[in-house]
Unconditional design. Structure first.
Length: 277
């Protein structure tokens, strides 16, 4: 039986769950899982509902929207496998982890391609039979380089672009080409140590934990809505190189966790925050 996920964000008012569930019942749809949350500060209601049954999506969406406040954002997602493109530079641990998860069936997505500004990871992608696009950045402007990538991604048409240690800052025009579709892994527990060399920054600050953060990309460096974070304990004996080595495992886990949440339509964007079911 066909399964869908209904995602709703709107102004909170009384009776919303009753109205929505009544419409689903009228359409002979079964609710298999339901999650709700109200942001009382902003009076905003969030609801994620997994439903099964045969449906007319246009009719269902029209009826749900008519029953909700005028500011409602409503989306009906099928549970078909989504597609991603992975970006990487030279470090292989995040890319390799995603490829292994995909190969074992733990990453439920179609990997359309790996894109890099270096050729060094091509052999890794080839081992998993994933197309690899080496788009050289040397000798051309940043705009020319990004234009080539944008054109390729528009052709591939992925649901998400995953920056698996892609060590280039994306321009506002690039980010605007893929709104709320770009997920980055940053090697610090944001908002601490934004930008380059966070492990060196952490070492100089004498921290006792290090971490990683997966977030959506916006036009502010490492300041997009946070999806997932984790940390590990360290002590005074760690050099910044030791921190870098220890942090790789955290980076892999956090990125994979964030991607899973995105693929399963579990993330709502709310200002610069995320609501996750």
């Amino acid at each position: 039986m066909k399964q869908h996920t209904l995602l709703i964000k709107c102004q909170d008012t009384k009776g919303l769950v009753f109205k929505i569930s009544s419409i689903l019942l009228l359409h002979q749809l079964n609710i298999e899982q339901n999650n709700e949350f109200v942001d009382k500060i902003h009076n905003t209601f969030f609801m994620r509902t997994e439903i099964s049954g045969e449906l007319d999506s246009k009719m269902l969406l029209a009826e749900v929207c008519a029953a909700l406040p005028s500011d409602a954002e409503v989306r009906l997602s099928t549970q078909d496998k989504k597609s991603i493109v992975i970006f990487a530079t030279k470090e292989n641990h995040c890319l390799g982890d995603l490829l292994i998860r995909h190969n074992s069936g733990d990453l439920d997505a179609n990997i359309l391609a790996v894109i890099s500004n270096h050729a060094s990871l091509e052999n890794l992608a080839e081992k998993f039979e994933i197309p690899y696009y080496h788009i050289e950045s040397e000798g051309i402007s940043r705009q020319e380089h990004e234009t080539k990538i944008i054109e390729l991604c528009k052709t591939l048409n992925p649901d998400f672009l995953i920056l698996a240690k892609y060590m280039r800052i994306l321009s506002p025009s690039f980010v605007e080409s893929f709104p709320n579709q770009i997920i980055n892994i940053h090697h610090s527990f944001l908002p601490a140590f934004i930008g380059a060399n966070p492990y060196k920054q952490a070492y100089e600050r004498g921290v006792k934990i290090i971490g990683a953060t997966a977030h959506f990309v916006n036009n502010q460096l490492d300041e997009g809505p946070i999806i997932s974070q984790d940390t590990i304990q360290i002590d005074h004996s760690y050099t910044w190189q030791d921190m870098q080595k220890a942090g790789r495992d955290v980076e892999k886990v956090v990125l994979a966790r964030a991607l899973k949440l995105a693929l399963e339509d579990r993330i709502f964007l709310h200002n610069n925050r995320t609501i996750i079911f």
